[in-house]
Design a protein around this ligand. Structure first.
Ligand code: PHE
Ligand code: ZN
Length: 876
């Protein structure tokens, strides 16, 4: 049995908080207080200019509760030009970055005027310039970089926005809600006025001004509301917006059918920008997107890119209810909107594609991104208790583990009661800023099911580790399932409580491969517990945590040949996938420890999977794909990256060599046309590339020739990128030929150029560090564009073998990138820190080198609080 590593920390767990710092203040969940002042209305007036924009804000404020505290408005980098209170000059003081105003009555009008410089805004928070246009990003705390305001999500206001700017430079002027008036102004300027009828927190404010063209369409809601849809992009990109538009309409219909949620305005706008810190942003009626999640056509986007566009377009659209109509009371409740909305977009993607494959992909993401978070120095609860910088908490834990929590509620309640719960939640909290507790209360009230014990999933960090074994009593014809759970300490949480763990479970007959009786939903809610199954004639096989019903690590004691059998027989597709993966993982972990891989059982399981005509190509591709090196490393007590790499290479080579005919046949399988985006066509393309990868692992020379042929003949980016992704790791002449051809053809397309950088950074070659260092000097590399930075430095840090190059150059490079990026864009820089924070897991030599780079980062003066928090916590 392969050992499942338990994520232990040396010594007592330290505090979850960053070490005290003179300049950075910790915000704590327990300190929440309702706002002293409310702002029911705000009127904004922008005089737009790339270099110097003037913002006039008129706030109508209202005292909230019985107190005599002054009004405090947040600001960040604002040049204050004037403050007025009820039309007269106000005695306002500046306290740090806050503007403090004493107000005698319970109501007042506060007017401020500030100047900001969008062109100088490299953080991409607040109002900034991107490719000549102006746009905003306010979540989480960017609105304070636009005007003085109580920048917290529980202050909801009605917005009226006027903007004026040069008509030639900014022909399109957009904000939230509806356009209510437009007009010409002097000196070639023009203006527009927008009004959003729905009160919203300031993080949902948006403004866009630029030379953009729209792909326009319509959607009629279930109740007959006609909605105008626009996707705004640069004129040249218009032909690449069809898929995003199609996805948007699918998402609007899906939310009506599955959650009973209709859109609520007459207009829904999406704008694509090239410089963006995240994927996209759900601003009310005016979603702003990273171009990577809007633009696609057959020639430039892979099937994966198309899927991601559908997913993210749906995600942001779904926020209109789960996020905007019902928002978060404070940022500790971030998962209220993000976990729920990820769960919603997962359901959407499952429904429009292959549900089984979608589940596999989601679990892969969880294991790749969230499990390491949960077992490392930055582990935090889905609802954290404190932060220095909230931007650091837009994490896989809050998003993806948060979605798993919601999925567990869904599993426990069943679809009808779950839907009754979400209906009640939307109904009860419409127009409010709510908490995770409010969400659970609505589920409980609508279903009559007590979920109080489950709430521990919100507060307790770490991935529970469950052990299972079956005993059989032939006389009683009964099987006993013995379960135990363990959760290792995480920073700030030394003592862990038992968690309720819902496990979809079935027993399977060892001989016939048939399921014995119905699947059961078992809830393990003690440290150790046994469950009895009757009517079991002979010792059965265990199929447990089917569909990944709980986000846990699982260790099942299995008899010889059992996994092999389950890999073919388990009726739950996810469990079947797990069985094959576990077989591979066993061979890989043993191989990494013994420096030799026994591939026999894996070869047989893969052969049987490829030959099985009951399952589709997409599932086959997922099932036979070898676990990543990072995933293998997560199973080891001490990681030696070369040993992991060698083991995986050896397994792939053995499979490729021994199954070369089957792989070649799978690779040659005829699929649909290059523009066919049906799940079947996508599945075949995926299997073709995965099979080619195995084939090339067995025979590099013949593989390179085949990959080059696929590359040259490709009529779509999936095949092209699939081939190039193989070629970059091979040493033949095809490698450089293909890279050069790709560059020459796509050098003008930033998103495709990102692929060019990323694929080279992911190459499985000894020389990758050298290549990456060279690429950082390439004229097309720029650290100021987050997509480009992630394509090079982010991809490289995820390239396990290359990043952990024993000379430490990979670590030094990443630290250099973090420090350079921090001067421009702290939020994006901080996202590069966690790979170095894994230092404790590695053999002593690398561990020391990683730690040294972290110390260099943490010890740099003038660090942003974003990077300071991540680096200092990673060292504790
Ligand atoms: N709220 C965005 C989402 O839909 C993410 C985001 C956070 C975007 C912060 C920008 C800044 O997940
Ligand atoms: Zn979101």
């Amino acid at each position: 049995m392969a050992d499942v590593r338990s994520p232990t920390l040396p010594g007592d767990p330290q505090s979850a908080e960053a070490p005290p710092s003179p300049t950075h203040v910790t915000t704590r969940r327990e300190d929440y207080r309702a706002p002293d002042w409310l702002v029911p209305e705000i009127a904004l007036d922008f005089s737009l200019d790339l270099e110097r924009t003037r913002v006039r804000a008129i706030l109508s404020v209202e005292r909230n509760g019985d107190h005599d505290r002054p009004l405090k408005l947040d600001g960040d980098g604002l040049a204050l030009l004037k403050v007025k209170l009820d039309g007269a000059d106000a005695a306002a003081r500046q306290d740090g970055e806050q503007l403090v105003i004493d107000i005698a009555g319970d109501r007042a009008t506060v007017e401020t005027e500030v100047e900001i410089s969008p062109a100088a805004n490299t953080q991409l928070m607040g109002l900034y310039a991107s490719g000549g246009m102006l746009c905003t990003q306010c979540e989480a705390e960017g609105f304070r970089r636009i005007t003085f305001f109580p920048d917290r999500p529980d202050v909801l206001s009605r917005y009226r926005v006027r903007m004026e700017g040069d008509a030639a430079r900014f022909p399109v002027l957009l904000s939230n809600g509806n356009r209510v008036a437009t007009g010409e102004a002097a000196d070639g300027r023009h203006w527009a006025e927008w009004e959003d009828p729905f009160p919203k927190p300031c993080y949902l404010f948006a403004l866009v001004a630029g030379d953009l063209q729209a792909n326009s369409d319509r959607f009629t809601t279930a109740s007959g509301r006609e909605v105008e849809l626009n996707i705004y992009v640069r004129a040249a990109d218009l032909p690449k917006t069809a898929h995003a538009m199609h996805s948007l309409k699918q998402a609007m219909a899906w939310d009506e059918q599955v959650y009973g949620r209709e859109y609520d305005l007459d207009l829904f706008n999406i704008v694509a920008v090239s410089d963006f810190n995240m994927g996209a942003m759900e601003n009310k009626g005016l979603n702003v997107f990273n171009t990577a999640y809007v633009l696609a056509d057959q020639d430039t986007a892979t099937d994966g890119d198309f899927d991601n566009i559908a997913r993210v377009v749906a995600h942001e659209y779904f926020h209109n209810w789960s996020g905007n109509r019902v928002t978060c009371r404070d940022w500790f409740q971030l998962s209220l909107k993000e976990g729920f909305t990820v769960f919603r977009d997962q359901g959407f993607s499952a429904d429009i594609g292959s549900a089984a494959v979608k589940r596999i992909e989601d679990v892969r993401v969880l294991r790749a991104a969230q499990f390491p978070e949960d077992s490392g120095p930055l582990a935090h609860a889905v609802r954290p208790d404190s932060y220095l910088e909230i931007s650091n908490f837009y994490t896989a834990t809050v998003y993806n583990k948060g979605a798993e929590l919601i999925r567990m509620f869904h599993t426990l309640l069943g679809p009808e009661k779950f839907r009754a719960g979400t209906d009640l939640y939307f109904d009860r909290h419409d127009g409010e800023a709510a908490t995770c507790d409010d969400f659970v209360a609505a589920l409980e009230d609508a279903s009559g099911v007590d979920l109080s014990r489950f709430k521990i999933w919100y507060s307790q960090a770490g991935t529970p580790h469950v052990r299972a074994h079956i005993s059989h009593d032939a006389d009683a014809k009964a099987a006993l399932l013995h379960l135990s759970q363990h959760l290792a300490p995480t920073p700030g949480q030394a003592v862990k409580q038992v968690m309720p763990i819902p496990l979809r479970t079935a027993l399977i007959d060892r001989h016939s491969g048939e399921q014995i009786g119905d699947e059961r939903l078992i809830v393990l809610d003690e440290a150790e517990q046994a469950f009895r199954f009757d009517g079991v004639g002979s010792a059965p096989m265990l199929s447990i945590n089917r569909g990944f019903s709980a986000p846990i690590l699982l260790d099942v004691a299995r008899g010889p040949g059992e996994l092999e059998r389950l890999a073919q027989a388990d009726g739950d597709p996810f469990a079947r996938y797990e069985a094959i993966q576990e077989l591979m993982m066993r061979a890989l972990v043993a191989g990494a420890q013994a420096n030799a891989v026994d591939a026999d059982t894996v070869v047989e399981a893969i052969a049987a999977t490829l030959a099985d005509d009951r399952i589709d190509a997409a599932f086959k591709a997922e099932a036979i794909l070898a676990p990543s090196e990072a995933l293998i490393a997560d199973r080891l007590d001490v990681v030696v990256p070369d040993a992991v790499h060698r083991a995986r290479d050896a397994l792939r080579a053995a499979v490729g060599a021994r199954l070369s005919d089957a792989m070649l046949a799978a690779h040659r399988q005829e699929g649909g046309a290059g523009n066919d985006l049906s799940p079947e066509a996508k599945g075949i393309r995926r299997l073709r590339s995965v099979a080619l990868g195995y084939f090339a692992a067995g025979d590099a020379t013949a593989g390179a020739a085949l990959a080059k042929a696929q590359f040259d003949g490709a009529d779509n980016m999936t095949d092209r990128q699939g081939a190039l992704g193989l070629l970059v790791s091979l040493d033949g002449p095809e490698r450089v030929q293909a890279l050069d051809a790709f560059y020459l053809r796509f050098r003008e397309d930033p998103l495709v150029l990102d692929k060019w950088f990323g694929l080279q950074a992911m190459a499985q070659r000894a020389e990758t560090v050298d290549e990456v260092l060279k690429l950082a000097e390439h004229p097309d590399f720029t650290i100021s564009n987050p997509n480009r930075l992630r394509a090079l430095a982010g991809s490289f840090a995820a390239n396990h073998w290359a990043f952990h190059s024993p000379d430490g150059r990979g670590y030094a490079f990443l630290a250099d990138m973090i420090l350079a990026a921090d001067k421009l864009n702290p939020q994006t820089a901080a996202r590069l820190v966690p790979p170095l924070g894994r230092w404790r897991r590695f053999e002593p030599h690398r561990s020391k080198l990683m730690r040294a780079q972290l110390e260099r980062v943490a010890g740099t003066s003038g660090l942003s609080k974003d990077v300071y928090e991540q680096a200092s916590k990673s060292l504790v």
